[in-house]
Design a protein around this ligand. Structure first.
Ligand SMILES: Nc1ncnc2c1ncn2[C@@H]1O[C@H](COP(=O)(O)OP(=O)(O)OP(=O)(O)O)[C@@H](O)[C@H]1O
Length: 354
């Protein structure tokens, strides 16, 4: 839902904006900026219950811990699945600073993003998590609306805008017009699904087991080979040609894994094309969700969208081949937002000062 004027007033009174994601937690404090942008991960000692690490340090432990240490991700698919652990994580990441704020303002108000299709339990879980760390009141804003504001889309206009929030566990697709979500859909496909597809591809093609954590650096290494965002078929073909050349000269990178047969460490060279091939199967579901959202839109809005295309936000938006696949699958133009991972928190933060 778009923030009505009374909601806007409530949002303006908030001093903290929180985006609790499956992959990362982001906290923006009014007047101080982005205070936290860290993996949503905690490591605890299972014997004593003590918190051992949080954020990036805890994420590095994943897959490497002895039996008495458990690495926990308290948020899954945009939903807090372990409230107590999410509170401990937030306390460790920002607790001191939030407590300072709570002392200065008798009522600390927080705003948080929530997936558009979150059920009441999921909404309650976010509210409970934040009240547990000092918020007296919590305002929830749809993630697609926040993301659209965060990349500067004119959501209040009568023309339709399509926004995708490509997260770690899910991708949300929404059409927004006159400040409201007109049609939306969510697909259980995100960066993590795609990472698993790459691991599977390397296993099948190269008989090599990759640690999942090796996939993101691989995407980052190949990101420069991503096709530019041309609008016309000719532009796109020119870009693909340039891309093919880039792949040959520079866009390949080595990854280290364990040989399936010998069990020994071995490296394999992967290029942009290989990653693009690997991620095609899971992306089919995304194009289907976009089509089903379009089906539920009034024809006038679909005409707007054909003209304006869609904008990709969220951390997985720069995935190699994603924008291109969506262009080919829908015939619409596809733009990747600037700093796409930060769009939801930036949009939410903007509502606090609007
Ligand atoms: N440059 C990049 N290229 C490809 N994937 C990336 C890149 N940067 C981040 N990712 C992936 O983006 C995902 C994280 O995105 P984001 O921070 O938007 O997720 P989230 O908001 O925590 O997740 P969710 O919305 O599912 O709760 C991870 O799967 C991560 O590996």
């Amino acid at each position: 839902m778009s923030p009505s004027s009374s909601r806007l007033e409530d949002l303006r009174r908030c001093s903290v904006a929180v985006d609790l994601g499956a992959a990362r937690t982001r906290v923006h404090v009014k007047g101080a900026g982005l205070l936290v942008d860290a993996p949503s991960v905690v490591a605890v000692n299972t014997a004593s219950g003590a918190l051992i690490a949080v954020g990036a340090a805890a994420e590095r432990m994943d897959g490497r811990t002895p039996q008495h240490i458990r690495v926990i991700r308290p948020v899954s698919g945009g939903t807090v699945v372990d409230i107590a652990m999410a509170q401990r994580m937030l306390r460790a990441l920002v607790g001191e600073r939030l407590r300072g704020l709570a002392r200065r303002r008798a009522l600390l108000r927080a705003a948080a993003t929530i997936p558009h299709e979150a059920d009441p339990l999921a909404r309650r879980a976010v509210v409970e998590t934040l009240t547990g760390v000092g918020a007296r009141r919590v305002e929830l804003v749809d993630t697609p609306t926040a993301a659209a504001l965060g990349c500067g889309l004119p959501v209040e206009r009568p023309e339709a805008t399509m926004i995708l929030v490509c997260g770690a566990a899910t991708t949300q697709v929404a059409v927004i017009a006159m400040g409201s979500i007109v049609a939306a859909g969510t697909v259980a496909l995100g960066g993590d699904t795609v990472h698993r597809a790459v691991v599977q591809y390397v296993r099948n093609e190269h008989e090599l087991l990759l640690p999942t954590q090796a996939v993101r650096p691989l995407h980052l290494a190949l990101a420069d080979g991503a096709p530019a965002r041309g609008e016309t078929a000719a532009e796109r073909e020119a870009e693909r040609e340039a891309e093919r050349e880039m792949v040959e000269v520079a866009q390949a990178t080595e990854v280290l894994g364990r040989d399936v047969v010998t069990g020994l460490a071995r490296t394999v060279r992967l290029d942009y094309e290989a990653v693009r091939t690997a991620i095609q199967p899971p992306l089919t579901g995304l194009a289907d969700t976009i089509r089903s959202v379009l089906h539920r839109c009034p024809p006038d809005l679909v005409a707007d969208l054909a003209e304006r295309g869609m904008v990709l936000t969220g951390g997985s938006a720069p995935l190699p081949g994603l924008a291109e696949r969506l262009r080919d699958g829908t015939g619409m133009s596809v733009h990747v937002a600037d700093r796409p991972a930060l769009c939801p928190i930036n949009g939410l933060a903007a509502l606090l000062t609007s």
